[in-house]
Structures are given as structure tokens and as C-alpha cells.
Design a protein around this ligand. Structure first.
Ligand code: GDP
Ligand code: MG
Length: 287
């Protein structure tokens, strides 16, 4: 049996979260039409006869790090990657031009001295394509795959290749003790990520990325019902108004979408108590 950790590296929006979600078959990371919705490294467990793979999504490590928030994440995530990862998947999106950001990531990839697999994603899209801008990478990466994370194309051969590289090892996580999705982050983060995704789906460009969700309470009222209290924090009253919507309609929609997904993930009935607050300083107070 084999086991180990695999990190997904790539600029925002290449499809890292989508790939993990589809491999795991359950919602564990956030995908969104907007870039950079996942702020925490998300570990998800994949298990089959061949063994166990722990996937690490690496959102936001390679962005420009101009604000206090991304600087903190970069340092923490990078340290974790160096210490814990067995294999790196370098994900590129052939439908977008190579740019400065891509060059930076490639620079970092070149410094990593572990097995690396090149994954060209979104092959379901034929046009636009900038494939010639990426094909030279095949010389550097012994292994490469053309996949579609969205339509699940060529994912199985990629998984088999990952297992080839992973060390012989016993199970890292005893899956019998885990309720799927198995996450190494605490469930408060998981819940807040789900709520955040719904916020971005419902508000698109109207609300900035600094919006965050704090989960204050998770109480199991009984075997069937779990009570969750959460606050949406935004930096400006004008965003608060947008989030709440006319007669509270928007926050209700966000709340019920999140609740349905949490119920699906936990197989429990959820009561989600969701409020919106303005807090100009939350970015600074985040540890
Ligand atoms: P991340 O920032 O790298 O985690 O990217 P996401 O997984 O959030 O994906 C960004 C966007 O690309 C989302 O709108 C996805 O639906 C879309 N996407 C991801 N993989 C594919 C794919 O294989 N094909 C297509 N057509 N879209 C994809
Ligand atoms: Mg993501």
C-alpha cells in the first residue's frame, strides 16, 4: 500500500480546487468564477485499493502579496509545503496566456527537488488556446497529462502516476474514524469556506475579497440537528447592504445555499444562523 501528500501548484483559476473536488467526489475546496477564493490550504483525503493520497490545495501562495493578508498566507503555506509534500502537480490553464505570474510560479517549481508532474487543464476548451506557450514545459517535466478537471477527463491515469511515485507506507489517516470529507483543517474553516463560496457566487464583483466568515458556534442540538452560528464580516457598510439585500433576501439565499451544502456534506440537518457585520479592521486582526 502507498500513501503520501500531493500539492497542487498553479496560478489562480487554473482549476486546482475543481480538480481536487472531482477526485474526491465531494465538495472540499472552493471553486468560483473569481480567482482566489480559497484562503487556507485545504487537505482532502483520496483513498482506493492502491493507497491514500492527501491532496493539498495551495491557494494564494503565489499571488503578488501586496496586502498584509496574503503575505501571512504565503509564509505559512510555503513552510508547510516544504515540510510535508511528496509530489507536486504543476497545473496550467492553456486557455490563458502565460504571464508574469506564471513565470514566477515556474521559477519556484524549478527550485523544488521532488517529483513534479505537469498537468495541462481545461482541455475540454478548444478555443481560445495558448498551448504552444506551455508545450516547452514538457521538456522539463518528465511526466505530463492533458486533463479536464471539470469533465473528469484523463484523471485516472494521473492518479495512477501519482501512486507510482508515492512511497510504500501504511495508511496515514485511519479513514474509519473520519466522516467524509476528511479534512485536516478544523470544521469551522470548512464551514466558513462554504459560506464564502456562496457569497461570491451570489455577489460576483460587487463585494471584495476581503469579505470573510467567522464561525462562532457549532452545537449539536441532537443526533439529527446541528446549530451553526456564523458572521459575515465586510470592511464597508456599502458591502454590508449589498450582502443583506432588499428585505434580507440575499443573505437568506446565501444562507440556504450554504445550509443545503453543509447538510449534504454532513448528512445532518443544519440550522444556520447567519449575520452580516461591518468590521473595518478584520484583516489586521487575523492571526
Ligand atoms: P483554482 O483557483 O485554481 O482553484 O481554480 P478553480 O478550481 O476555482 O477553477 C476556476 C474556474 O475554472 C472555475 O470557474 C472552474 O469551473 C473552471 N474550470 C476548472 N477546471 C476546468 C476544466 O477542466 N474545464 C473548464 N472548461 N473549466 C474549468
Ligand atoms: Mg481554488
Amino acid at each position: 500500500m502507498k500513501a503520501g501528500t500531493v500539492a497542487l501548484i498553479g496560478r489562480p483559476n487554473v482549476g486546482k480546487s475543481t480538480l481536487i473536488n472531482n477526485i474526491i467526489g465531494q465538495k472540499v475546496a472552493i471553486t468560483s468564477p473569481k480567482a482566489q477564493t480559497t484562503r487556507f490550504p485545504i487537505n482532502a483525503l483520496y483513498e482506493e485499493e492502491q493507497g491514500q493520497i492527501i491532496f493539498i490545495d495551495t491557494p494564494g501562495i503565489f499571488n503578488k502579496a501586496e496586502d498584509a493578508l496574503s503575505k501571512k498566507i504565503n509564509k505559512k503555506t510555503l513552510a508547510m509545503l516544504n515540510a510535508e509534500v511528496d509530489i507536486f502537480l504543476y497545473i496550467v490553464d492553456h486557455t490563458r496566456k502565460r504571464d508574469f505570474e506564471e513565470a514566477k510560479i515556474l521559477g519556484i517549481m524549478r527550485k523544488i527537488d521532488k517529483p513534479k508532474i505537469l498537468v495541462v487543464n481545461k482541455i475540454d476548451i478548444k478555443d481560445p488556446t495558448f498551448l504552444p506557450q506551455y508545450e516547452f514545459l514538457k521538456d522539463e517535466f518528465k511526466d505530463f497529462f492533458y486533463v479536464s478537471a471539470l469533465t473528469n477527463k484523463h484523471i485516472k491515469p494521473l492518479i495512477d502516476k501519482i501512486f507510482e511515485y508515492l512511497p510504500e507506507k501504511d495508511k496515514i489517516i485511519n479513514s474509519e474514524n473520519h466522516v467524509y470529507p476528511a479534512l485536516n483543517i478544523d470544521s469551522k474553516t470548512f464551514i466558513s469556506e462554504i459560506i464564502r463560496e456562496k457569497i461570491f457566487l451570489k455577489t460576483r464583483k460587487e463585494v471584495p475579497y476581503t469579505t470573510t466568515v467567522i464561525v462562532d458556534e457549532i452545537t449539536e442540538r441532537n443526533k439529527q440537528l446541528t446549530y451553526i452560528k456564523a458572521r459575515v464580516l465586510t470592511v464597508d457598510d456599502k458591502y454590508k447592504k449589498i450582502l443583506i439585500g432588499e428585505n434580507g433576501r440575499r443573505i437568506k439565499e446565501i444562507g440556504s445555499m450554504a445550509r443545503r451544502e453543509l447538510e449534504l456534506a454532513t448528512s445532518k440537518k443544519i440550522y444556520l444562523d447567519l449575520h452580516v457585520e461591518t468590521d473595518k479592521h478584520w484583516v489586521q486582526t487575523l492571526s
